[in-house]
Design a protein around this ligand. Structure first.
Ligand SMILES: *Cc1c(COP(=O)(O)O)cnc(C)c1O
Length: 237
């Protein structure tokens, strides 16, 4: 079995080559390590391998694993990438630098409410998760609700949040065209929304996972979320 460090190096090489193929600056794509279902030791190993951006799906798991990690590593940041219940928002707001899974209006409202209560040194970034693939359930499906949510976040920027971009998951398939279509749909929606809200800077495009990050980079991803290819298979207890 290869080590986390070897895995990271191999992914970085593939990222670099995908950027070259697409005529993109290799510095324009960030690598996030998705550490869900992997122990804290694995996170420390990934930090040793040079990574500083982590993603977790569930608030409780993040709250068990990350306070110590962040305490000891001020340069490390954590994003929440999984679907978020309103009653968990208050527990993740003090811990994360970004919530990538803003997928409905009332969740944005609750995030703003909780940001008003917590002293953060930097504003909490928000990404709007958009449904772009057939079999995923997550994300906005209704453009009007998305626009209404972005408008609400714009009106409340300054209350400890910054709307920063979009996230999506491509369908789980090996049909490359279906995966590309999903990523292209996100880029198109980003462009539409950006045009409507020109005061915001909605540059972050979080797309691509272990199986499809090279395609995502070719389609314009600025942040790939990689779990299995770094840490190995997840063991669901
Ligand atoms: C688990 C997960 C990932 C990472 O998936 P891998 O296929 O293991 O790379 C990325 N994004 C989200 C939203 C996830 O839930």
């Amino acid at each position: 079995m290869s080590s986390i460090k070897e895995n990271v190096q191999s992914i970085q090489e593939k990222m670099f080559n995908a950027c070259l193929r697409a005529g993109r600056n290799p510095e324009s794509v960030k690598l996030m390590a998705v550490s869900k279902f992997h122990p804290q030791e694995a996170v420390f190993e990934a930090i040793e391998a040079g990574l500083d951006l982590f993603g977790e799906n569930r608030v409780q798991e993040a709250a068990e694993k990350f306070p110590a990690v962040l305490e000891q590593n001020p340069d490390v940041s954590l994003h929440l990438i999984g679907s978020l219940q309103k009653n968990k928002v208050k527990h993740i707001v003090p811990l994360a630098s970004c919530i990538q899974s803003v997928d409905r209006f009332d969740l944005a409202e609750e995030i703003v409410r909780q940001c008003g209560k917590v002293q953060r040194t930097t504003p909490l970034k928000l990404l709007f998760e958009v449904h772009t693939g057939e079999d995923s359930k997550a994300g906005f499906t209704d453009l009007d609700e998305l626009l209404r949510t972005v408008e609400f976040c714009e009106a409340n920027a300054g209350c400890g949040i910054v709307p920063a971009g979009f996230m999506t998951m491509a369908p789980f398939t090996d049909e490359e065209e279906a995966i590309r279509a999903s990523f292209r749909k996100l880029v198109k929606i980003r462009n539409q929304v950006q045009t409507r809200f020109s005061a915001l800077k909605l540059d972050e495009l979080s797309m691509g996972m272990s199986a499809d990050f090279e395609i995502a980079i070719e389609e314009g991803s600025s942040l790939i979320r990689v779990g299995t290819a770094i840490f190995g298979e997840r063991v669901y207890a």
